[in-house]
Design a protein. Structure first.
Length: 163
């Protein structure tokens, strides 16, 4: 083989490696940005919806849910709408699901939040029997339950292997 062919092959290999590395770096930076955006969005959700909702007792919210024209009903409905908007991003994978699960597991899929938001969701959905206005909240909770079950199964398998 001539020297020029060897040099050509080596330079092509280096160029291919550089292209692969730059694509990998680009994809990793997109993933990192998605995780950062997920954390920022969850922090906003915490401030704008979760923290204010936690100031209400579930019984209070259930009472407000009976009066759709009440100011408090509208305020709490706004908090639930913010949660629904966040869950749209979870379902369509705008947000990094692994990060969402790590941030929200135990709260977003927990009974404390569900007891607070379900009376408002039920009241809103009862107004229109055909449409689930909070479909993405429901889908997110189902996804989180499945993820939890999958994690528990895999941790049991890992424990059994270790014993």
């Amino acid at each position: 083989m001539s020297t020029s062919i060897v040099l050509s092959i080596i330079s092509s290999a280096i160029a291919l490696f550089a292209l692969s590395f730059s694509i990998f770096t680009y994809l990793m930076s997109i993933k990192r940005d998605q995780r950062r955006e997920t954390i920022d969005a969850f922090n906003r959700l915490q401030e704008q919806a979760f923290d204010p909702l936690n100031l209400y007792m579930p019984k209070e919210i259930a009472e407000y849910a009976k009066h759709p024209t009440d100011k408090q009903y509208k305020i709490i409905s706004g908090y639930v709408a913010r949660i629904e908007h966040f869950c749209v991003g979870v379902i369509d994978k705008t947000y990094d699901r692994k990060t969402v699960y790590e941030l929200a597991h135990g709260y977003l899929d927990g009974n404390a939040l569900w007891r607070r938001i379900s009376p408002i969701m039920e009241a809103k959905n009862n107004d229109c029997n055909k449409e689930d206005f909070y479909e993405n909240i429901h889908k997110t909770m189902i996804w989180m339950e499945k993820t939890t079950k999958r994690k528990h199964r895999s941790s049991k398998k890992a424990y059994k292997k270790g014993v």
